[in-house]
Ligand binder design. Sequence first.
Ligand code: LLP
Length: 458
Amino acid sequence: MTRTAFHYRNGVLHAEDVPLDRLAEKAGTPCWVYSSATLEARYRAFAGAFAGLDALVCYSLKANSNQAVIATLGRLGAGVDVVSAGEMQRALAAGIPASKIVFAGIGKTEDEMVQALDAGILQFNVESEPELRLLSRVATKRRKTAPVSLRVNPDVDARTHAKIATGKKENKFGIDIAQAPAVAKLATTLPGIALQGLAVHIGSQVTDVDPYHAAFARIGDLARELNSGGHRLTRLDFGGGLGVVYDRASNSGAPPALDSYAGAVRGALARLPNGGRGTEIVLAPGRWLVAEAGILLTRVVYMKSGTAKRFAIVDAAMNDLIRPTLYEAHHPMRPVTEPASPGTEIVDVVGPVCETGDFLALDRPLPPLRDGDLLAIEVAGAYGAVMSSSYNARPLAPELLVRGDTWAVVRPRQTVESLIGLDRLPPWIKPARPKGRNRAPTKKVSRQRNNKHRRRKG
Ligand code: LLP
């Protein structure tokens, strides 16, 4: 990647060749803006690091499940890692073949298993003995064989934020490595199950390569042991989790380089007979592929000064991007108009939501801002839009995809009308009759409610 997709040109921050002030004018704020070039460059770089191996990159689409994002990566050959039937349907709808879909997650329901078996997915990552038994029953009933990898919990500390660490034995994920041989044995006796491999995922935003070496070595050793005991495991799924740079200024917590991460994977394969030749590998990166491809574009509503703090009150909030509130996450920010001088002032960047926890940055040195200025909240392509909600009756912000000098709305802004339209009045409450032209609910919504009411009564 030679240049970043988000850069100043003629004093204005651009996404590829599109000025962000133009996008804000056309699409309104807040809005998400994604760069096709960055998505493609990240995918190519990631896949390239595993050249020479029989590797399938299964994009973990929980990071960003917009159809346009999935399809952009899918066209380059990506498979996907999903954690719900909903995500599987999103992947299929975006054109990902079932043969490239891995179904992970600790709580698959019977209905989800049926859907995935009928679709013919590549692999179920099974995380417990009861899940394995249910999958066996469901597959047998449907006269199918479920391809299975056992997700093993290697008891390795990923040294990341506690809320996104998954590889310690006290975390809910995976089969305790001490119990894995017994569950593998069980898998071979259960009908409808074809045990094909092992899977591991130790956490997200991992910025240290050592935990990867430790976890992958444990998985490699376990695969070798199981195979020498008569199993025939031919696939290893190394999960995702590779971190990205959020704090550009301090460069603290810089993630390992891609090659160093790939080296940990190659190291695990080297522990297998034949140096792992004949072993398929699956990688399930989410954040690394999409985080840097996206920004959240917001506008300053008011600059407000108290005696203790100066606040930039913007039109994006915790309902749009919850990462700062939930994980104390740092997202870099730049004004869309390039600052004329290097001076900064310390501000809290906060949203309009009625919670003290509604902030996007605290005590952040930023170039002086004024009411109406546009601000780009960066490295927001992963776990941004997908985690947003309509709290405070704030409609979901639109998503735009840029490609060179063109762009498209890939999810329109939700309307308040459609939000209200999701609710139903119970039969014992009469719908309000709109009196004046400015009275809510709108005519269309009240018509829907009336129809519903009539249907119930009739
Ligand atoms: N595979 C499994 C089994 C996972 O649970 C995850 C993420 C991934 C792959 C992809 O991890 P990645 O490469 O994106 O780190 N909302 C949080 C992150 C939650 C990650 C959950 N699992 C955040 O905003 O930081």
